[in-house]
Design a protein around this ligand. Structure first.
Ligand code: FAD
Length: 482
């Protein structure tokens, strides 16, 4: 589906059409073909051809309860949950500057879901992602849409390999994951050799393998399904870019009397038509992915005079490459999503002997984020040799293509930042998930909605991922980051 080039109907265009529909219906001229029943939703869809597009600029709301900045998977999920939990209670608008999502991480990611993390909350978020995707028709079906949502989930376990000195840690992680409801099998070297005879296990002692609920899906299909559901829930999609925030001055008491402080009040959006639109909000949610640090700066986070505003949101873009290789002698259908201890991953892509792979560069090889150009030497020097070492049958692999994509990287501890800012209480973060927001966006969206509606996390307690941990210098150590 293309969101560009959609002809926008103005309000004036719409009303006469609706009027025409009902008046012709009364006169009997617009009886549905074959006398078939059409629900009100279907009738509206048939009548308004641009219902799948962004809002015409004359309908951009001037005031909303929640303004979501960024329409990748995190923003789409936040908007969905705010409406899903209380469809009528909340007005929600989502601002996205690029409705083709050409640079959004959500579109360009590998779409993987895994339950294997070392921090329990990350496991819980992943388990919820699986539960949601399993029941996606229940959550995201739109009345009278011909095709129910389908994100093409491929079931395949992740296989983490570890050397001798990490074996004990892996045992503890697998125990915790299984206690939380995952189904992960711990494998000794013998068992690994039996199940995956094509692996070179020279420097490997143990492994952990997902038996259920892990795999990958098409993230674009999930964005699209959220989009359709959100439109049907009445979320206002605005095609534009957040330019700046406006502040409201308020007197607050201090030790020596009253001082004026500036609180966030409204956003100024540069619309696709070149005009500026002011939107007042009760809450604004930063879902700008790799650009979340910039959005926070616009709210004076990291640049303000107040002590609570001194610390910036430490989320920046980091570029990663995904390489597509072909190898007729590869392990084929039974390939797990392989996570090598040297920081390289590998998984099957389709059925024609194709695989995708990539790796994490060392700090001194971090690529420039100026554009999305691809470093092929990283493949030749770091990824290919390690894959050929681990899977000797890959000796003849051929590089077919590649793409690159930005991580929303949390420089502080590479983990999620969620919740309210300590000073700008109506500014919420849903950022810094790095390599796993495609799967965690689903639970993060629900958590944001709970926080706004119930003032607390209800389903998964994510309070330790708050912004205040930066001020306390409290690191979260996720050992299974890939
Ligand atoms: C190579 C690679 C592979 C990955 N594989 C996986 C995986 O297998 N599994 C997994 O779970 N995760 C994976 N990830 C991570 C995942 O892609 C990201 O964490 C996730 O997509 C981030 O989603 P998001 O919605 O926060 O950001 P995005 O999808 O980038 O969306 C942010 C949106 O905000 C918009 N925006 C920004 N600023 C503004 C503004 N001022 N005004 C209006 N709009 C704005 C942007 O246009 C963009 O569309 C991978 C990442 C990379 C780089």
């Amino acid at each position: 589906m293309s969101y560009t080039g959609v002809k926008h109907l103005t309000k004036a265009d719409r009303l006469p059409r609706l009027f025409r529909y009902y008046s012709t219906k009364r006169s009997g001229k617009n009886v549905p073909p074959g006398g078939q029943y059409r629900s009100p939703w279907k009738i509206i869809k048939d009548e308004f051809t641009n219902l799948d597009g962004p809002l015409p600029t004359d309908l951009i709301p001037r005031e909303v309860d929640a303004l979501v900045i960024g329409g990748g998977l995190v923003g789409s999920s936040v908007a969905f949950w705010l409406k899903h939990l209380h469809p009528k209670a909340f007005s929600v608008a989502l601002v996205e500057r690029d409705l083709t999502y050409s640079r959004a991480s959500s579109m360009l990611s590998a779409g993987g879901v895994r339950h294997q993390f070392s921090v329990p909350e990350n496991v819980q978020l992943s388990l919820f992602a699986t539960e949601f995707l399993r029941n996606i028709k229940q959550y995201l079906s739109v009345l009278d849409e011909e095709d129910p949502p389908d994100v093409k989930f491929n079931h395949h376990g992740y296989l983490f390999l570890a050397p001798q000195d990490k074996a004990e840690e892996l045992v503890a992680h697998v125990k915790m994951q299984n206690e939380l409801g995952a189904r992960i099998k711990f494998l000794t070297k013998d068992k690994l050799a039996q199940q995956f005879p094509w692996l070179n296990l020279q420097d490997v002692e143990v492994g952990s393998y997902g038996l259920q609920g892990e795999g990958w899906f098409d993230p674009w299909l999930l964005i699209k399904s959220f989009f359709q559901k959100n439109i049907s829930y009445g979320v206002s999609y605005i095609h534009g870019e957040l330019d700046r925030f406006n502040f409201k001055s308020q007197a607050v008491s201090s030790g020596t009397g009253y001082i004026d402080k500036n609180y966030l009040d409204s956003a100024v959006i540069n619309g696709e038509d070149g005009n500026e639109y002011g939107i007042k909000f009760s809450h604004v949610i930063n879902c700008a992915g790799p650009w979340a640090g910039e959005v926070a700066r616009k709210a004076t986070i990291g640049t303000g005079n107040d002590v609570d505003l001194a610390f910036p949101l430490p989320v920046t873009p980091r570029k990663r490459f995904v390489y597509v290789v072909n190898c007729p002698n590869g392990p084929g259908l039974e390939t797990p999503v392989l996570i090598d201890p040297a920081g390289v991953y590998f998984r099957r892509e389709g059925l024609g002997g194709n695989y995708i792979c990539g790796g994490t560069p060392s700090e001194d090889r971090e690529p420039s984020t100026e554009d999305l150009s691809i470093d092929y030497s990283f493949f030749e020097e770091a990824v290919k040799p390690q894959l050929e070492y681990r899977i000797p049958t890959l000796k003849n692999l051929k590089l077919k293509s590649a793409w690159s994509c930005y991580h929303d990287y949390n420089e502080f501890d590479e983990n999620l930042v969620i919740g309210r800012h300590p000073f700008h209480n109506n500014f919420l973060f849903a950022n810094g998930l790095g390599g796993h927001a495609v799967q965690h966006s689903i639970g993060v969206g629900r958590a944001i909605a709970e926080l706004i509606m119930a003032e607390d996390f209800k389903s998964i307690d994510l309070s330790k991922f708050g912004f205040d941990r930066f001020l306390r210098n409290d690191f979260i150590n996720e050992e299974m980051i890939t």
